[in-house]
Design a protein around this ligand. Structure first.
Ligand SMILES: [Zn+2]
Ligand SMILES: [Zn+2]
Length: 141
């Protein structure tokens, strides 16, 4: 394949219309990641540790030159009930939202979802007192 064709193959937007079939080694946990089993066209994060690389500006476009490791920092639920992961780039701080894949590590997903609840920004034993201060009915009768 000559250089011209190769560049054409990976031009912007290529991965929007073509499935990404690369097998890659996860830079964070070292696991070999296969494209099969994702249940979607784009395997953009490791199913084991859920980390990603900052290679996209828009999902799948491979238009970013950053290349930083993106940590999974949060999950959210879309309108249709599907979960998505918020990734944050270690190098530049960019945030992006990515669909979960069918074989993503469910324990890791749950632990990210539970994180704010297990580390509340206030002493959990004072929640009754704080609710009372807000005029709510959080008091034990
Ligand atoms: Zn990994
Ligand atoms: Zn970045």
């Amino acid at each position: 394949m000559n250089r011209e064709n190769k560049r054409k193959q990976y031009e912007n937007g290529y991965y929007k219309t073509h499935a990404c079939n690369d097998t890659f080694l996860c830079k964070v946990c070292g696991r070999q990641v296969f494209p099969d089993g994702a249940g979607s066209e784009h395997r953009n994060h490791c199913p084991n540790c859920l980390s990603s690389l900052h290679v996209d500006v828009e999902p799948g476009d491979r238009a970013s030159d950053c290349g930083g490791i993106m940590d999974p920092v949060a999950v959210w639920v879309r309108k249709n009930g599907e979960w998505a992961i918020i990734h944050r780039c270690r190098r530049c701080g960019a945030l992006s939202s990515n669909r979960v894949a069918a074989d993503d590590n469910p324990m890791k997903l749950m632990s990210i979802a539970m994180k704010p609840l297990s580390a509340p920004p206030f002493p959990i034993e004072r929640i009754e007192e704080m609710t009372a201060l807000m005029g709510g009915e959080g008091r034990m009768k």
